[in-house]
Design a protein around this ligand. Structure first.
Ligand code: AMP
Ligand code: MN
Ligand code: MN
Ligand code: MN
Length: 319
């Protein structure tokens, strides 16, 4: 008890220091109105979403979006189809990708926006990550088998394209088999560290992922920073390192952040001179934290990641 009390006191002190150090946001700078028509993070069934790229774009258009980035995990194969659909819906499509990275033995997701999907090092890097996913899936299936769950590899692949197998596909198999009633519950009992179905995997390095994105002409963004179990000192070091490697922005408003996290990451962005991004991280009905077209505004004081993009500057002017 004493130890826990001391630790809590220590954490409270760290919190006080942390919030004293990150500047408060002034209310008058870049007062942003509503940009809920811009969504810079979404998934199709090329990775672990439910909708085809064309269906996803149609869904975005029906939900009032004007600008959409398709950011499938480790794959850019949906962009052509999405672009054609976008043209017929009068929607602007941003070429995106969400790259799986290992940093200090933890998995992080780095979103690339405005990338060149044909840039050879990016294409080859993503191909290698996808190959790694196959081996990892075998490890996950073996772990589930040890817990008495048979047939998960085939079961998960029934939900996946050949290219990408992910924990989402295993989760869908586990729900189908009655091991859990919904996504959130699957990820409490399975597929995470210490639980059946977890298999440690080594993804791309932060440096490589940033190199592929930045050298292909794209903007690198830390996806949903509030989801990483990093601890605050490491979070600050991550921001520092990310910026030093050419990273530009962090997701401030995203489907899986709380309102308190919008504020926290808006302040961190300001502290590190990073821009702010926003995206629903939509995966389809039942797989998403947030429906499309429902993004709240970025907190005042944020510099939006699209501020230097000529095509979107016009969008800003219209509001
Ligand atoms: P993977 O890249 O194979 O590790 O799969 C990660 C994906 O699993 C994420 O992109 C989410 O789509 C999904 N996921 C992870 N954790 C959760 C959760 N707690 N609830 C719902 N989906 C989750
Ligand atoms: Mn996903
Ligand atoms: Mn992610
Ligand atoms: Mn995502």
């Amino acid at each position: 008890m004493l130890l826990i009390g001391l630790m809590a006191e220590h954490l409270a002190m760290f919190d006080a220091w942390y919030f004293a150090m990150i500047p408060a946001l002034s209310q008058d700078s870049t007062a942003l109105t509503n940009y809920s028509h811009i969504d810079l993070h979404s998934h199709s069934n090329i990775s672990d979403g439910l909708l085809t790229p064309a269906e996803l774009v149609q869904h975005a258009a029906t939900h009032g979006l004007k600008v959409l980035a398709l950011t499938d995990h480790d794959d850019v194969a949906g962009l052509d189809e999405a672009r054609q659909a976008a043209a017929s819906h009068g929607l602007q499509l941003i070429n995106g990708v969400e790259i799986s990275v290992t940093w200090r033995r933890r998995t992080l997701h780095i979103v690339g926006l405005g990338i060149d999907p044909e840039y050879p090092p990016l294409v080859e890097g993503l191909r290698q990550i996808r190959a790694g996913r196959r081996t990892r899936a075998e490890g996950m299936a073996a772990s589930l088998q040890k817990a008495g769950i048979e047939g998960s590899l085939e079961g998960a692949y029934r939900y996946a394209r050949k290219g990408i197998i992910s924990r989402t596909h295993f989760a869908r198999f586990l729900i189908e088999q009655g091991y859990a009633s919904e996504m959130r519950k699957v990820f409490k009992r399975y597929l995470v560290k210490g639980k059946p179905g977890y298999f440690e995997h080594h993804w791309a390095s932060l440096e490589d992922a940033l190199g592929w994105i930045v050298n292909s002409g794209g903007t690198a963004v830390i996806a949903h920073p509030g989801r990483y179990d990093l601890g605050r000192p490491s979070m600050l070091e991550l921001m520092e390192e990310f910026r030093a490697l050419g990273g530009k922005a962090i997701e401030v408003v995203t489907g899986s952040h709380t309102e308190a996290q919008y504020q926290e990451f808006a302040r961190l962005a300001k502290l590190f001179g990073l821009q702010a991004s926003q995206g629903s991280d939509y995966h389809g009905q039942g797989l998403s934290y947030m429906e499309m077209g429902r993004l709240p505004p970025l907190p005042a004081g944020c510099v939006p990641v699209w501020q230097d993009w000529p095509a979107l500057a016009a969008e800003q002017g219209q509001r």
